[in-house]
Design a protein around this ligand. Structure first.
Ligand code: HEM
Length: 201
C-alpha cells in the first residue's frame, strides 16, 4: 500500500466550494443585510451539486456513482465491520459514506431550488418553510457526514480530510486514477462563477 491519486480536481474543488457555500449560506440565512451573499452562496451549493450529477457518470473512477452507491448488504457489512472496530478499507468512498453523499447532493439541489423559488417570490410561506426544513435536514446530514469522516480517519489511521485536499489515499499503484482532470475543474469553477453572477444580476 502507498499513497495514490484517488480524488480528481472536480471532486476536491467541488467539495470545498460546497462546504464554503453551505457555511456562508447558513450564517447569512437570517440576515436582510447579507441577503445577496446568502443567495450567491446558496447558488454555489446548487451549482456544485448540479455539476456533480453528470460528473458521477463521466468523472474519474472513484467519482462515479457506480463506485460508491452500493446496496443495503454492502452498507450492512461495512457497518458490521465498524461495530467490530475493523471496518473494511475502501480506496474510494465507503458504502455508508456513499449514501450520505447522495443525500448531501440531493439536499443541496432541493435546498438551492427552493431558495431560488423563494427569491423569486414563488411558493409563498409554504416554500419558505420547505426551504428552511431542507436546510436544517442538510445540516443534520453534514454533522453525520463529518462524524463519519472523523471516525473513518481514526479507524483507518488515514487522514481523510487531507486526502480531500491533496487527492491522495492508501492504495496499490494499479488502483490510482491517471489524471486529476484539471480542465474539468476549471469548467466547474466557471460554471459556479456564472451561476453566482446570474443570480446576483
Ligand atoms: C459543510 C458541508 C459539507 C458538505 C455539503 C459536504 C459534502 C460532501 C460531498 C458531496 C462529498 C462527496 C465528494 C464527492 O465525491 O464529490 C464529501 C466527501 C467528503 N467530505 Fe464533505 N461535506 C461537508 C463538510 C465536510 C467537512 C467540514 C469535512 C472535514 C471535516 C468534510 C470532509 C469530507 C471528506 C474527507 C470526504 C471524503 C470522504 C471519503 O473519504 O469517502 N466534509 N463531502
Amino acid at each position: 500500500m502507498q499513497k495514490i491519486l484517488v480524488w480528481d480536481w472536480p471532486v476536491r474543488l467541488g467539495h470545498w466550494l460546497m462546504v464554503g457555500g453551505f457555511i456562508v449560506a447558513w450564517l447569512t440565512s437570517e440576515s436582510e443585510t447579507f441577503r445577496l451573499l446568502h443567495v450567491i452562496s446558496g447558488a454555489t451549493v446548487l451549482a456544485v451539486a448540479a455539476f456533480r450529477l453528470p460528473w458521477g457518470f463521466i468523472g474519474s473512477r472513484y467519482a462515479r456513482f457506480v463506485d460508491f452507491v452500493r446496496g443495503p448488504r454492502a452498507v450492512k457489512d461495512y457497518a458490521a465491520g465498524l461495530l467490530k472496530l475493523e471496518p473494511a478499507h475502501h480506496v474510494g468512498h465507503n458504502p455508508a459514506g456513499g449514501w450520505a453523499i447522495v443525500l448531501l447532493l440531493g439536499l443541496g439541489i432541493l435546498t438551492g431550488l427552493s431558495g431560488w423559488a423563494n427569491y423569486n417570490d414563488i411558493g409563498g410561506g409554504f416554500l419558505e418553510e420547505v426551504h428552511e426544513g431542507l436546510a436544517v435536514t442538510m445540516l443534520a446530514v453534514v454533522a453525520i457526514h463529518v462524524a463519519g469522516v472523523l471516525t473513518g480517519s481514526l479507524m483507518h489511521g488515514e487522514n481523510l480530510v487531507r486526502a480531500m485536499l491533496n487527492g491522495r489515499k492508501q492504495g496499490t499503484p494499479e488502483d490510482a486514477i491517471r489524471s486529476a482532470r484539471p480542465l474539468a475543474a476549471a469548467l466547474l469553477l466557471a460554471w459556479v462563477v456564472a451561476a453566482g453572477w446570474w443570480i446576483a444580476t
